[in-house]
Design a binder for this molecule. Structure first.
Ligand code: NI
Length: 404
């Protein structure tokens, strides 16, 4: 009933035409990065970019995120496109003329480009509103970097009723320029923080028998956790456990009372996620007990696994090839163990996330500075493709090209 009506050139031309605006918006956001759930300056720039468009704006109490809804003339499906908006707590060293004006804050994960591409897509789709067989929700989301922004926007009811399908793009300097990449099933990992407190008994470093030294126990816990991962976790459903921080002691001649360990658990299935948490708790507690000490284990639950629906990934592949040619899409063989809070949306709505290659001109995507680096640079011209991809995916997800 709803076939695709707009050809590939419509969207690639729209992406090129809107690129200068996207570059300007991206640079303005890049220069004034904001962290966390409340991004007033970024949200104001988004609203200015959307001003005058036929969009219904929804905002909630928990974040400065917004949902902009474009209603087509027909009562069809609703699909969601998402761009995250927040920066990271590090100081920029790119030397770019539009570098961050704030020490300790930088758009090192490319979310500035995500906002600019989504705003461009909103404009392009609004201009072709009469030809859309349904509605499009544009989700401008803060707090992706560990702040659960997507979950808060869902809990605020901003995405009710839920859309029929959802799509997001993440730029990456470590993929070939202009190429779209994704995979069916798990794309990114779950991410949970571990905290372990080993309680011993303090004393003189020369008389350990009168104390209960927590430091060797903490070291043993680190090694035992690595043995647990290799012996108790199937390679077909993998997990990563990293203890990234150990704190204990004050000087060379005192045995401290406490050692603290912090780390992360990454998995690719909810089943494994629960299993590994239980094993971390068991191993840490019992290694401590074996030495007559105690370990308190707690977890700070982070993002769930990002799982892409095969139907939407197939559609993204078809769409990217239609827009950019046979080389326009790469099917990723492996998931990545990073995490992403678009996972909250994908747990409720069939959808997919894809990467957009953005290696800087003259740079090698294999070796150039990665996301989260203080020197991360991307090629802004690929945003034209991002805008086209968002638009074409919205149109395709609204049509019968996506069987739901
Ligand atoms: Ni990111």
């Amino acid at each position: 009933m709803n076939a695709l009506t707009l050809d590939a050139k419509t969207w690639t031309d729209a992406g090129e035409a809107l690129l200068p605006d996207a570059v300007a918006l991206r640079r303005a956001i890049h220069a004034e990065p904001e962290l966390g759930l409340d991004l007033p300056k970024t949200t104001a720039k988004v609203k200015a970019a959307l001003a005058g468009l036929p969009l219904e704006i929804r905002e909630g109490p928990s974040t400065s995120g917004l949902i902009a809804v474009l209603r087509g003339p027909a009562n069809g499906r609703t699909v969601l496109l998402r761009g995250d908006m927040d920066a990271l707590p590090l100081t920029e060293d790119t030397g770019l003329p539009f570098s961050s004006q704030h020490e300790g804050a930088m758009h090192a994960c490319g979310h500035d480009t995500h906002v600019a591409m989504l705003a461009g897509a909103a404009r392009a789709l609004c201009e072709r509103r009469d030809q859309l067989p349904g509605s499009v929700m544009f989700m401008f989301q803060p707090g992706e970097e560990g702040w659960h922004g997507a979950r808060f926007m869902l809990e605020d009811g901003l995405i009710d009723p839920l859309p029929d399908a959802a799509f997001a793009l993440h730029i990456s300097p470590n993929m070939p320029r202009g190429v779209i990449a994704s995979r069916t099933g798990p794309l990114l990992a779950s991410s949970d923080k571990i905290r372990i407190k080993v309680k011993g008994k303090g004393g003189h470093a020369s008389m350990p028998q009168d104390a209960l030294d927590p430091i060797p126990i903490a070291c043993e816990i680190v090694i035992a956790l690595q043995a647990m991962v290799t012996r108790r976790v199937a390679v077909s459903d993998p997990a990563v456990v990293t203890i990234a921080q150990i704190d204990s002691g004050t000087t060379d001649n005192i045995i401290p009372e406490v050692a603290r360990l912090r780390g992360t658990i990454r998995t690719l299935s909810e089943r494994q996620r629960e299993a590994v948490m239980a094993q971390v708790e068991r191993v840490a507690t019992h290694v401590a007990l074996a030495h007559g000490a105690e370990a308190e284990v707690s977890f700070d639950r982070g993002f769930p696994v990002t799982v892409c629906d095969g139907r939407v990934v197939d559609l993204a592949e078809e769409t990217a090839r239609r827009l950019f040619g046979e080389q326009g899409f790469i099917r990723m063989t492996h998931p990545m163990m990073g995490a992403e809070d678009f996972s909250y949306v994908l747990h409720k709505v069939p959808g997919a996330m894809a990467f957009l290659g953005g290696a800087p001109e003259g740079g090698d995507f294999r070796t150039c500075c990665a996301l989260h680096s203080n020197r991360m640079v991307i090629d802004e011209s690929v945003m034209a493709r991002g805008i086209a991809m968002h638009c074409a995916m919205a149109e395709a997800m609204l049509s019968d090209a996506l069987e739901l």
